[in-house]
Ligand binder design. Structure first.
Ligand SMILES: [Zn+2]
Length: 478
């Protein structure tokens, strides 16, 4: 009865009806006010969601700089957090209207998860909307210790994607200062060992003595790590590592203790967005990510290493053998095969140590991931003044890239990120609350801003716990 053309016609009608239904649903959502487009105005979620701000381009390295309107230096010059250049005038008027975001006001969006962004009626001013990030869920006990968020007495662990969402950029090697005579940010630990600066990156050429030793230099030999920071003479051992190391500059105007632009320092919880905000002390941040593009030819191993106050974490991999290892403090934690062929082609590599876990990603695949059991008590917080210099000459940042074996290596686009570092509401690194934790009743959330030193949030409100009814919806941004 419904054969041939009649059936095709019915099918087309059904498709049209389905499309109309989707449009109608979208319209209904729009009319019901489920989705609301707003712009961020304040600084509490910067730099991810900047409010009204000034912009400039670094005259030395070319990086785009931003500064919240509340913290513009009196001379209207921005200091580049990347290269430390201080002669970067802001031009004209501030950029009115900050980051555009969407608020999903549907009922489901009022049950957010940890690290979700939410809009809420501002405590004390219900007519005003605020954007914050959910860090504590109903029924949980929340505290801040040594920069970390702790949930029910244990560190809260972000996924790699969540780390990326909250991370602050520390250094971008693609933007190199034009000023002549500045020391390089990445350089060979020992001159003449094979590492050289190249256009847009770095290259390693093995010494002649390392080639053709017949020692199968690509093998992952031994179960003990040889911590060899400064490198030794070529060909001394199958695990002779040659290191390229990063040196961090303060990248701030009113640094403490006062420093020159190129004085080496630790990586700290600095926010270049808050230019004129004076803070002291700053806190070393040991949760880091190094990302770069890697191209290799030949047989050998590469290593990415973070040597910080929280230990020495190292990811090693042998591109030709397609095997990878994670090490901590000289002990092998985990090994795994690398399933992607990445010899003689450039692949993105990421090594991340964060929230008591470490991960290696090659070409977008998580090759290794390991959870490090935390100490029962977090270590006492060190401040920058305690470790402002390195008597041994080793890099204070502790970030290094090593190579062993007769392997040629090309690196480019090296970028370093740091994790968010939570603070006491007075801006210090003291625990919050001073003792115990914030116990969240049913249907209540704990909300913090990403711009930790500036944000007014659960740490400051008369009641830290925010009831579900005060949440307007989840916030999305591009
Ligand atoms: Zn710069």
């Amino acid at each position: 009865m419904f054969g041939g053309p009649a059936l095709r016609c019915l099918k087309r009608l059904a498709v049209c009806a389905a499309i109309a239904g989707v449009l109608a649903a979208w319209q209904a959502a729009h009319w019901a006010g489920w989705w609301q487009a707003v712009r961020v105005t304040g600084d509490s979620m910067a730099p991810r969601l900047p409010g009204e701000h000034y912009a400039a381009t670094c005259t030395d390295c070319g990086l785009e700089l931003r500064c919240g309107i509340e913290h513009l230096p009196a001379d209207r010059q921005l200091v580049c957090g990347n290269c430390g250049s201080a002669a970067n005038p802001v031009s004209g008027e501030p950029i009115r209207g900050g980051q555009a975001v969407w608020i999903d006001r549907s009922l489901a969006a009022r049950q957010p998860g940890r690290w979700d962004l939410v809009a809420l009626a501002a405590p004390g001013d219900p007519q005003r909307l605020e954007v914050k990030r959910v860090v504590g869920l109903p029924g949980e006990a929340i505290e801040i210790r040594a920069g970390d968020l702790r949930v029910n007495g244990r560190p809260a662990r972000k996924s790699l994607e969540q780390f990326q969402e909250l991370a602050i950029q520390v250094h971008d090697d693609r933007c190199r200062p034009a000023t002549a005579g500045l020391p390089p940010r990445w350089s060979a630990a020992n001159a003449g060992t094979g590492w050289e600066t190249a256009p847009g990156g770095y290259q390693f050429r093995p010494a002649a003595s390392q080639v053709g030793t017949g020692r199968s230099p690509g093998a992952l030999t031994g179960r003990r790590s040889i911590i060899n920071v400064s490198g030794t003479t070529a060909g001394a051992s199958p695990e002779h590592w040659v290191w390229l190391q990063y040196r961090h500059w303060p990248g701030m105007a009113a640094a403490f203790p006062p420093r020159r632009r190129t004085d080496e320092t630790q990586i700290v919880d600095h926010y270049p967005y808050n230019q004129a905000l004076t803070r002291s002390p700053l806190h070393p941040v040991t949760d880091l990510q190094l990302r770069l593009n890697v191209r290799t030819a030949g047989t050998g191993q590469l290593a990415l290493r973070f040597q910080t106050a929280s230990g020495t974490h190292e990811a090693r991999w042998a591109p030709r053998r397609r095997s990878a290892e994670l090490w901590r403090d000289g002990l092998l934690l985990r090994s795994a095969p690398v399933r992607v062929d990445h010899v003689r082609r450039s692949v993105p590599v990421e090594f991340t140590v964060w929230d008591h876990q470490a991960a290696l990603r090659i070409a977008g695949q998580t090759v290794l991931w390991h959870m490090v059991e935390p100490d029962s008590e977090p270590k006492a917080l060190e401040t920058i003044s305690a470790q402002a210099s390195s008597p041994s000459g080793d890099p204070i940042s502790g970030i290094q890239i090593g190579v062993t074996g007769p392997m040629a290596v090309q690196l480019d686009s090296l970028i370093i990120l740091r994790d968010i570092f939570y603070l006491h509401p007075d801006g210090s690194g003291r625990p919050w609350p001073a003792a115990g934790s914030i116990q969240l009743p049913p249907d209540h959330y704990l909300l913090l801003g990403d711009n930790v030193p500036l944000s007014r949030d659960s740490r400051h409100w008369p009641s830290p716990a925010v009831h579900r009814k005060s949440l307007v919806g989840k916030v999305w941004h591009k």
